[in-house]
Design a protein around this ligand. Structure first.
Ligand SMILES: Cc1ncc(COP(=O)(O)O)c(C=O)c1O
Length: 435
């Protein structure tokens, strides 16, 4: 296809995009106010079609461009794309078990500190690697772990900490990194809900030994499905890449060969001398790669992520100001010294309130205002974790409160001021009926 034909086709895609856009007026109580969603525009449509026209299927040029751009954005040295945030967490935790880390590698039975209330796939890779999660409670209001709680959980078998920046709100990550360093522990930041957040003026995701991102449509930017592992540690970066790409030792990009200049001169394991490096496996790996079409979409979204994050901050602030002073509700607070790029607006109905969460949530859902729980709430109460090895340090009182009393509404960039104001007035109206 000539460049001219391609330009014409992409021009038609732009026109098509304009034509199918329809202004849908907001009708309170009728229009759905989603708790999350993707915002996709003309450039995303063009990027996907262009990648399809070029038949760029497997991860290639776009994936590499995305990885360098995303690493720059998070101010880290390396980024590795993968097919989901859950896979990114699996890669990050699995990387800590690599024999290439020598005596620092995590071994079966070692402990990893995390929180009890959050998303399951922050915790699952601990169990999937034969490690033992040690659960601590969270704080109400910030929904994060504190340094004191994590410090109290450190024992002789502790080797790592993995924590998510809860609903976009950074945990005290600089202090947590200090604590980890003091005790020779690895720190993994699950940054899946917090791309664009800052702590002490530095992007979250740039403090830990490793950090992860999710590009599922509910998150700050999307590829449909997708995730990323970032790190400034080049040894860990190689391990992540190996685990993502079948466990291979070779690092040549698809279609490349012999970038090490000694493809047939390696001696590894008990393989015959000179066995083709492309097929030497140094890890028991996976295939968790993306396609190049996903990366093309990701590049178009990355160009808009600052605008998306600004809109999330605006929507969160409007809800926070609008709901200030409403009785019986505990409103969210940013962690001190942080500038969160919020994932959602979390509300806890204070225990003893004259109404229940299901009553409030039903009222909102009737009005087409979408709500979600704080993910799993207390994970230890779910059937999946019955019989799994874990340790709990302290009481999980707040995790239990979150399980019965907490939910969130959306702040994603597709929401308008009118919608946010309707959410505020609906909550106010509901609470007022209870005096
Ligand atoms: C904190 C956290 N970690 C990990 C994930 C998993 O991401 P994905 O859905 O891309 O697998 C999520 C999903 O929402 C999440 O909220």
């Amino acid at each position: 296809m000539s460049d001219e034909q391609k330009a014409l086709l992409l021009d038609s895609v732009r026109k098509y995009h304009q034509e199918i856009q329809e202004e849908r007026p907001f009708v309170p109580g009728v229009t759905e106010i989603w708790p999350s969603g993707a915002v996709l525009g003309v450039e995303e449509r063009v990027a996907l079609v262009e990648a399809a026209l070029d038949l760029r299927i497997a991860a290639g040029r776009n994936a590499r461009r995305f990885e360098s751009a995303f690493a720059r954005k998070l101010r880290v040295r390396k980024a590795h794309l993968c097919n989901s945030g859950s896979s990114a967490n699996l890669l990050a935790v699995s990387a800590l078990t690599s024999p290439q880390l020598g005596d620092r590698r995590l071994r079966r039975g070692d402990e990893v500190i995390t929180v009890a209330a959050g998303f399951p796939t922050t915790v699952n890779p601990i169990l999937q690697n034969g490690l033992v999660p040690v659960f601590v409670d969270i704080e109400l209001g910030t929904y994060n772990a504190t340094v004191e709680r994590v410090a109290a959980a450190i024992g002789p078998k502790t080797r790592a900490i993995i924590l998510a920046h809860a609903v976009g709100n950074p945990f005290p990550v600089a202090e947590m990194a200090e604590l980890a360093k003091e005790h020779r522990l690895f720190l993994v930041e699950d940054n899946c809900d917090a791309v664009g957040s800052f702590y002490d003026g530095r992007p979250t995701g740039s403090f830990g030994d490793l950090a992860t991102a999710s590009f599922y449509p509910a998150h700050h930017m999307t590829m449909g499905e997708g995730g990323c592992v970032v790190t400034s540690n080049l040894v860990l970066a190689r391990v992540v890449e190996s685990l993502r790409d079948w466990g291979r030792d070779c690092w040549c990009a698809p279609g490349e060969s012999n970038t090490c200049m000694k493809r047939f001169e390696h001696r590894m394991g008990s393989l015959p001398d000179g066995y083709d490096h492309k097929y030497i496996y140094s890890h028991v790996g996976y295939n968790l790669k993306t396609t190049d079409l996903q990366a093309a979409l990701g590049l178009a979204q990355l160009a808009r992520v600052d605008e998306f994050c600004a809109s999330r901050r605006h929507n969160w602030r409007r809800l926070r100001d609008g709901l200030d002073g409403v009785p019986h509700l505990l409103l969210p607070e940013a962690t001190p010294r942080s500038d969160p790029s919020w994932y959602g607006f979390v509300i806890t109905v204070v225990p003893g309130a004259p109404f229940t969460v299901p009553e409030l949530v039903d009222f909102l859902e009737e009005r087409k205002i979408g709500t979600r729980r704080l993910f799993a709430g207390n994970l230890t109460r779910h059937p999946a974790y019955a019989g799994q090895p874990y340790r709990v340090v302290g009481e999980l009182t707040n995790s239990d409160i979150v399980t019965s009393q907490t939910f969130h509404v959306g702040v994603y960039p597709g929401l308008t001021d009118e919608m946010i104001d309707y959410v505020v007035s609906s909550i106010r109206e509901f609470v007022k009926t209870y005096g």
